[in-house]
Write a protein that binds this ligand. Structure first.
Ligand SMILES: *[C@@H]1O[C@H](CO)[C@@H](O)[C@H](O)[C@H]1NC(C)=O
Length: 997
């Protein structure tokens, strides 16, 4: 992207409201500005009706956008040819002129008069230049002239001004309220040259559009043919949204609809607006899948029914020929399934050859290489290419992710000079195995950046199309994806997610919030994606997050509670008329996500508590049912918003997945109840401790000490962990008083006593006892301190409960800096390296909030060659101090992002070594020999967001250095866990352990 500034001095305005682009609109006058609107006096907008109708139409939107901001639309003068002044009486002081180079006589006149320099954009794709010109025509004193290099260049120029004056692309689709201004000016000193977009075709795929989007269009739009409501009245709104975001490409809804047939005007209006239509990977030559069902003859089998299929395609070409299209070539089996069992290269080569002959014929022998075509390598189709299928050079190869946001293949070095280039079909929404994700947003912007950055650097930049399901709940990731593809230079070369999110929050809500709150909004949306991406909502169950190890479930739930609170806090600060857009974009997802997490985690706790016979189990089940009800109430809030404008948009079921497909109805998780009327056989007092499923006193399969039914053992406490926790609860019908009495006075318990009622069964009715050690007083080395739990209640047939606390007083040397073992393990966040060794022009970059726990660390540049595990290559070092490294070796687990082998000849690998030991090389992803299959364990990696690999290393206690090499770019390290025997199961891995500074 090219911006030129002249003169060099640019006045930055205080409320930058456009996303990333150079701002030449200001709301306060300085002497060098041209007034576009002030004191009810607006500039006149001149539109050349001989220009593209889409340009004139966008111009009229611009006029209306001024009305949204100032209350006054721009007066419009339509003119033709050289007659710009024919309808003007007297002189217009201030004007806006929009036109396309070569298609607008006033623009061409200004160019020949050397008043407008279009040399930087002429002949370019979707570019524009804008500047203020004095006396551009005899009847105009000054005008902001916006000259596009082509149709969409001019349209994007018009919408650039719309966005800068404060009209969000989402003003209709997410009800973003433009701030009002009485004065608008354009700087005379800035010439804005907006060069070509980084990715040529950028767009979305409406897919999986039932139940939500389909029910919504049926509610609000007229019925088209064939029982479909996907009619042009709906689509024009979408086209406008896309163009305002500077997207240009669409794969239309196709589950139960046929874009070209449901409404015969659909294709016409797409072209009129300026959207390039295409059809999804499985729908060749502009014909929807359902068109075959409705109009086709025979079976969708090219080997037996070629004539009918060719006839069918001819009709698609004839119907679509007048419009701007990207022609999908190739073929899949019916209903998005493989075409045959095996890899039928010659059959598919013939399909494509025939399709090209048809295109050539229908376009009157136009050179086929001038007709944009794409071949999408979805699922098994990728194998055809891998197996050597010949694809004509000019067809764009559209590589596809694994449906879960991990690119499967990107152009190799020897593929980058194909004339048709390459692109990416990506997923924010998916229906299929291992599980659908189609409710609300679960997209990590950082992951999206990381994968699309790879795609761009590997030159997959002809088409970026993303599956967005029902579209609506994915507003933020959609715009991020389009921004990245439109202006990669601004958003792409390094991770700028937070800058983007802040600019986005500023544009949508900046007029109504203080600067700190704008940052808060950016942080909330970013954190939301971080949390939601840990595991798709649909893939969660009641035990995804560990219920008693590392306090994992509780920690995750409290993070969600905090996020929802923060979103509510900002919501309350906004004016009433702005709240609906904030609700849709920020508040709804945060609260909806929190609610689902609460339902599932609380149900998991309910099941665990019932197993432990806790009275609280019943309160938790009530809590879960309340939250399950609230999930519906919260959906109702969406439905009733703005008089029901978005009714049905949240119809997607999301609770109670029993297999990969969506549940037909929301179902609460199974709940358990204890009999509150009866005492436990072991009395009313119950005790459990962290990392224990069991409780005492009483018989229990999970009591930690064999054959004991009254003793539990805490995990070891050492100086590198703060404390341990005991929980005292009621499991019967008697209120009781208890005391916790350690045998050693250097062990502190807080509180040391308390009481727990039998009848108050709130979920809070238990006592958390924190156990700490006064390390100055504690003896050196390892010992066990017993703790009695005495009370005024009876244990019936059982003994007094006791808890054992293993203590290990150890100390790393004073001069050691790094990770110190605690409780027989070390857990490391990859970004906390002790040393980042860069050599050979490669280096490690931290991607904040990538992955699941903190961040990711990856090798740059991503175009680097394969690396080796020697000190001549870049590596990371982590200083470790161990007290108990076992002689038989320690297990080291490395968590890396769920990325796939984008180059089959360069599988993702890392190397790991302790000190100067021989590095161990681990291949992260092992591709199967069957090219149509996915790698082993791919489902887990995709669904959990990580690859997890182990190596064993033998070393003594003491100080060591762990070295880690990414042997290929695209390896992203998240977490490293060194296990000396103390690691217990969890979803996210053990939380990071102590770092000695
Ligand atoms: C200018 O032309 C457009 C498109 O034909 C039309 O919709 C609009 O009403 C016209 N405006 C004026 C002021 O003539």
């Amino acid at each position: 992207m090219l911006f030129s500034y002249f003169p060099a001095l640019v006045a930055l305005c205080s409320t930058v409201s456009a996303l990333g682009g150079l701002q030449n609109i200001v709301f306060k006058n300085s002497k060098d500005d041209l007034q576009l609107a002030a004191h009810k006096k607006s500039a006149t907008l001149f539109l050349d009706t001989e220009d593209w109708p889409g340009v004139v139409r966008a111009g009229l939107d611009l006029s209306d956008d001024f009305k949204k901001v100032t209350g006054e639309a721009l007066p419009v003068v339509n003119f033709t040819g050289s007659g710009i002044c024919t309808k003007v009486h007297g002189k217009v002081e201030s004007a806006i002129i929009i036109g396309t180079v070569g298609n607008s006589s006033i623009i061409d006149t200004l160019v020949s008069a050397k008043k407008l320099d279009v040399s930087e954009i002429e002949g370019k794709w979707e570019s524009y230049v804008m500047k203020v010109i004095e006396n551009p025509a005899p009847c105009i004193s000054s005008a902001l002239v916006i000259a596009g290099s082509d149709k969409r260049g001019s349209i994007f120029g018009a919408y650039d001004i719309s966005e800068q004056i404060g009209v969000s692309p989402w003003y209709w689709f997410a009800d973003v309220v433009p701030a009002t201004h009485s004065e608008i000016y354009v700087s005379k000193s800035i010439v804005k040259v907006q060069g070509e977009p980084s990715v040529k075709y950028r767009g979305i795929f409406l897919n999986d559009e039932q139940p939500a989007l389909a029910a919504w269009v049926a509610e609000f739009f007229p019925e088209g043919k064939y029982n479909s409501y996907f009619v042009h009245q709906f689509y024009v709104k979408l086209f406008e949204l896309l163009l305002r975001m500077r997207a240009n490409f669409l794969w239309p809804a196709m589950w139960a609809s046929m874009f070209g047939e449901d409404d015969p005007e659909n294709q016409y209006w797409a072209d009129y607006y300026g959207i390039v239509m295409s059809t999804s990977h499985t729908e060749p030559l502009m014909r929807a899948t359902n068109e075959w069902t409705t109009f086709g003859n025979g079976s969708w089998d090219y080997s037996t029914n070629k004539d009918n299929i060719v006839e069918f395609w001819k009709e698609g070409i004839a119907r679509s020929k007048p419009y701007e299209n990207m022609w999908t070539t190739g073929m899949r089996g019916f209903g998005d399934t493989p075409i045959t069992g095996g890899v039928e290269i010659s059959l598919l080569e013939d399909v494509i050859k025939t399709q090209r002959e048809l295109l050539t014929e229908y376009f009157n022998n136009t050179d086929i290489t001038d007709i944009p075509q794409v071949w999408c390598l979805y699922k098994e189709v990728q194998a055809y290419f891998q197996e050597g299928m010949q694809v004509p050079e000019d067809i764009t190869l559209l590589w596809v992710d694994d449906n879960w946001g991990n690119n499967r293949r990107l152009p190799l070095a020897n593929e980058t000079d194909r004339a048709g280039g390459a692109g990416v079909y990506y997923h924010f929404d998916y229906v299929g195995s291992p599980v659908d994700f189609k409710w609300i947003n679960t997209v990590s912007l950082e992951k999206t950046w990381e994968q699309m950055h790879l795609a761009k650097q590997k030159q997959a930049d002809q088409i970026w199309v993303v599956n967005v399901g029902d579209m609506k709940p994915l507003e933020i990731p959609i715009e991020y994806f389009i921004s990245l593809g439109y202006d990669f230079d601004t958003w792409g070369p390094i991770n700028k997610v937070m800058t983007w999110a802040t600019a986005w929050a500023q544009r949508e809500f900046g007029a109504y919030l203080k600067e700190d709150d704008v940052k808060e909004v950016a942080d909330i949306i970013d954190l939301y994606g971080f949390y939601a991406n840990r595991k798709k909502y649909e893939a969660l169950n009641t035990t995804t997050f560990h219920l008693y190890n590392y306090n994992e479930a509780e920690t995750v739930l409290s993070e969600w509670a905090d996020l929802a609170d923060r979103a509510w806090a900002v919501y309350k600060k906004l004016p009433k008329n702005v709240q609906p857009s904030f609700f849709q974009l920020v508040l709804h997802p945060a609260v909806a996500g929190y609610t689902v997490y609460d339902i599932l985690i609380s149900a998991g706790k309910n099941n665990l508590y019932a197993e432990q016979r806790r009275n609280q189990a019943n309160a938790l089940s009530t809590h879960v049912l309340d939250r399950f009800q609230y999930d519906n109430t919260w959906k109702g809030e969406y439905d009733s918003l703005l008089g029901g404008k978005w009714k049905h948009m949240m119809d997607q079921t999301h609770l109670g997945y029993f297999y990969w497909q969506q549940p037909m109805r929301n179902v609460a998780p199974p709940l358990a109840y204890v009999q509150l009327e009866e005492n436990s056989l072991a009395g009313s007092l119950g005790v459990t401790v962290e990392q224990s499923r069991g409780s005492v006193p009483g018989d229990d399969a999970y009591n930690a000490v064999a054959y004991s039914n009254n003793t539990l053992v805490l995990p070891t406490l050492d100086p590198y962990t703060d404390s341990r926790h005991i929980t005292i609860f009621n499991k019967g019908i008697e209120d009781f008083y208890f005391e916790v009495s350690p045998y050693a006075d250097y062990v502190k318990v807080n509180p040391s006593s308390g009481s727990v009622s039998a009848t108050n069964n709130s979920i809070w009715n238990s006592v958390d006892v924190e156990v700490t050690v006064d390390w100055d007083q504690a003896p050196e080395g390892y010992n066990i301190v017993f703790m009695n739990i005495t009370s005024n209640t009876t244990y019936e047939f059982f003994g007094m409960p006791t808890v054992n606390l293993p203590i290990n007083k150890t100390q790393a040397p004073d001069d050691f800096k790094g990770f110190v073992e605690t409780n027989q393990h070390i857990s490391i966040e990859a970004e906390h390296f002790s040393n980042n060794q860069s050599t050979n022009d490669t280096y490690y970059v931290t991607i904040d909030r990538y992955g699941r726990t903190l961040s990711g660390v990856t090798l740059f540049p991503v175009t680097a060659d394969s690396q080796e595990a020697t000190e001549d290559y870049s590596y990371l070092e982590y200083n470790l101090y161990s007290f108990s490294a076992p002689q038989y070796g320690s297990n080291i687990t490395v968590y890396t992002g769920s990325s796939l082998n984008i180059d089959p000849s360069r599988p993702l690998k890392y190397a790991i070594a302790i000190d100067d030991q021989e590095p161990q090389v681990v291949q992260i992803v092992v591709d199967p020999t069957d090219p149509t299959a996915m790698p082993a364990h791919w489902e887990d990696a995709a669904s959990d967001g990580v690859w997890i690999h182990n190596t064993t290393h033998t070393f003594d206690a003491g100080e060591h250095t762990l070295k880690l090499w990414a042997l290929e770019p695209a390896v992203v390290f998240e977490k490293v866990v060194v296990d000396f025997g103390g690691v217990v199961p969890s979803f996210l891995g053990p939380p990071e352990t102590y770092i000695k500074k």
